[in-house]
Design a protein around this ligand. Structure first.
Ligand SMILES: [Zn+2]
Length: 323
């Protein structure tokens, strides 16, 4: 009986001893792997919009991390792990620490931008509407809903026709450049008041509301183009729309005159225009030239000059001051 027990315990001892001897190195390596596995990056994949930053973090170690980017033109990484997205593409950010290299795949994409909306108002219409409307929200002063506009002294063309012709060309140009365009009118025979025109732009949440007009003067020598914007004291237009309208007016008149070579009569600041006062969005009127001036009247009636009027960069570039 006693003998048997010894034998058994020896056998057990051998068995246990053997298994312990075998198990030890395995356990050690498991511990090592676990210790290394604790050093890790907070993410291994990340998408960042161009121009944005994201800071990667290594946890499980207090040792210094050496950062690098496999494609610095796509994204760079600072000594603190701050990734700056430069252009669309992919790059791998490596973090070297304690003899280990941790990796994170970065995808940089172009931010999704909302298509910019431009509302174009071809000023006037075939026949004006002399019924009155307030010149702005809460205003006591009233003006005709919409007038017929001027007429070419030499060409006898209606201003409303010239405005519409340029509006159609401008729509084409802006659509080609990726804008969403909404036209207040596409034909002569309409009845839309100036307030209603502003309402169309407000409802569309226009980034830009361009109102195309031509001028007239008793002095036939007067020529050139100018834009109209609300003054800073305008009590109808919201503050933000007021300042962006002023910038819009400045930008458009300078590029319009560069393109058309018309005399630059700069920006007129006025608070008596119903079509501006009812606006909650950036707005400007461009007076493209004088139909009372022989040269400008004749030019404005030509398709070639109308194309120039519609292709100034100021109409089409990304207006940086509009959020
Ligand atoms: Zn006009």
């Amino acid at each position: 009986m006693f003998k048997k027990i010894i034998v058994i315990s020896l056998t057990l001892g051998l068995l246990l001893g053997g298994s312990i001897a075998q198990a030890t190195p395995i356990q050690n390596s498991v511990i090592e792997v676990q210790a290394k596995a604790k050093i890790k990056l907070n993410v291994t994949k990340k998408t960042i919009d161009k121009g944005k930053t994201y800071t990667l973090k290594v946890s499980g170690t207090s040792k210094k991390v050496k950062w690098s980017s496999s494609n610095k033109s796509v994204a760079t990484v600072s000594s603190k792990g701050k990734v700056t997205a430069k252009k669309a593409g992919t790059t791998t950010i490596s973090a070297k620490v304690s003899g280990k290299t941790l990796k994170c795949k970065i995808t940089v994409k172009n931010p999704i931008t909302r298509q910019k909306i431009v509302v174009i108002d071809a000023g006037h219409q075939a026949k004006g509407n002399n019924a009155k409307e307030p010149i702005g929200p809460g205003a006591k002063e009233k003006k005709a809903k919409v007038t017929t506009g001027t007429t070419g002294k030499w060409t006898k063309k209606k201003e409303s026709e010239i405005n519409l012709a340029v509006a159609k060309k401008l729509r084409k140009e802006l659509e080609k450049r990726g804008y969403k365009v909404i036209m207040v009118r596409t034909k002569q025979n309409v009845n839309i008041s100036n307030k209603e025109r502003a309402d169309i732009a407000n409802k569309a949440k226009a980034d830009v509301f361009i109102r195309l007009h031509c001028d007239g003067s008793n002095n036939k020598r007067v020529n050139g183009a100018h834009t109209i914007a609300p003054t800073s004291k305008n009590k109808y237009v919201p503050k933000k729309a007021k300042s962006s309208s002023q910038k819009l007016a400045q930008s458009i008149i300078s590029s319009f005159c560069k393109k058309t070579k018309a005399k630059n009569r700069k920006v007129s600041y006025r608070d008596d225009m119903s079509g501006i006062n009812w606006c909650k969005v950036p707005v400007t009127i461009i007076e493209m030239g004088f139909m009372s001036n022989k040269d400008e009247d004749k030019k404005l009636a030509t398709s070639a000059y109308q194309t120039k009027c519609a292709s100034g960069k100021g109409h089409c570039k990304d207006y940086p001051y509009i959020s």
